[in-house]
Design a protein around this ligand. Structure first.
Ligand code: NCD
Length: 307
């Protein structure tokens, strides 16, 4: 039962609970009007202290499609945080108005803090470079729909693996399935943090490899997860400029990939996937965006206990 629960990081839900969400999302995909009035009278607050297109809009679209309504802000400057209000007080206040809260915040751990003060379910829409669990639900549903299963897959992560929160959450979630192999492709400066490799993956017994060479491993991959270099988390612009174009996926590089490999990207894309790749049938990033809305519909209806 997910009713009333918080989702701060992927480990908050068991793999069975996630599978239940995917099954529900697939029912919604098959019949978009299924559950259409289920959240009538319910309110979702979206508190975005950092920019967002997909996460905020897909949550709002999900809630509206379920018959509910949304309130919130996308500009932290327009909330009382800009007057010095603590996150705890903001959350206590919003708990009085809304039935669930989605929050994105630049500080790692902010969603965890919010969950301690909220009277209603809190969903982490991204906390700094830490976690982004609903992107993970999106990524997993896309893999399940397009590859059919998780066990035994080889998944490559490419780009900014240091600051990319979607990478941290997905790697953690994948480590719970059997026979998964993860390949981390990044320049040494943007390596995946040790707490993921030495901590989570070692403990789970998940096989992994770190390399800076995309072409060398391309033919091994079932899934290639491309990411943007996270400019806003760099301490200086020079490093960003030096590293930003480390990997650019082109149709030429795709020649080495398997026919059934899929390319995922949480989006937004900057330069890391050439536009020419969009026409490749293996490019799944816009399908992924659509699955994100279905899985958020499944999540909200479950947290609000209407299914
Ligand atoms: C990601 C994020 O915010 O972490 N975007 C998203 O939610 N789809 C990835 C990114 O910003 O690069």
């Amino acid at each position: 039962m997910l009713k009333g629960r918080h989702l701060v990081e992927p480990g908050n839900f068991s793999i069975e609970e996630m599978a239940g969400l995917f099954t529900l999302a697939e029912k919604i995909e098959a019949d978009p009007l299924y559950l259409r009035e289920s959240c009538r009278g319910k309110l979702l607050a979206t508190l975005f202290f950092e920019p967002s297109t997909r996460t905020r809009l897909s949550f709002e679209a999900a809630m509206l499609r379920l018959g509910g309504a949304c309130l919130g802000f996308a500009e932290p400057g327009s909330s009382s945080a800009s007057k010095g209000e603590s996150l705890a007080d903001t959350i206590r206040t919003v708990s009085c108005y809304a039935d669930a809260i989605v929050m994105r915040n630049p500080k790692e751990g902010a969603a965890m803090v919010a969950s301690r003060y909220a009277e209603v379910p809190v969903v982490n829409g991204g906390d700094g470079g830490h976690h982004h669990p609903t992107q993970t639900l999106t990524d997993l549903l896309t893999i399940r729909r397009l590859r059919g299963h998780f066990d035994g897959l080889t998944v490559g992560f490419c780009g900014d693996l240091k600051f990319g929160r979607t990478v941290h959450s997905l790697a953690k979630a994948l480590s719970r399935y059997t026979g998964i192999r993860l390949i981390f492709i990044s320049p040494p400066e943007l390596k995946v943090p040790d707490y993921i490799t030495q901590g989570i993956l070692k403990k789970a017994g998940t096989e992994y490899l770190e390399t800076d060479h995309l072409e060398k491993v391309m033919g091994d991959l079932d899934v290639l997860y491309m990411t943007r270099v996270q400019r806003e988390r760099f301490f200086n612009e020079e490093d960003y400029i030096r590293l930003k174009d480390s990997y650019i996926l082109t149709t030429e590089k795709m020649k080495a990939a398997r026919d059934d490999m899929i390319i995922l990207h949480p989006l937004p894309r900057v330069n890391e996937i050439a536009l020419e790749v969009d026409g490749d049938p293996r490019a799944a990033y816009f399908k992924q965006t659509k699955y994100g809305m279905y899985v958020r519909m499944a999540l909200l209806s479950s947290l609000l206990g209407v299914v």
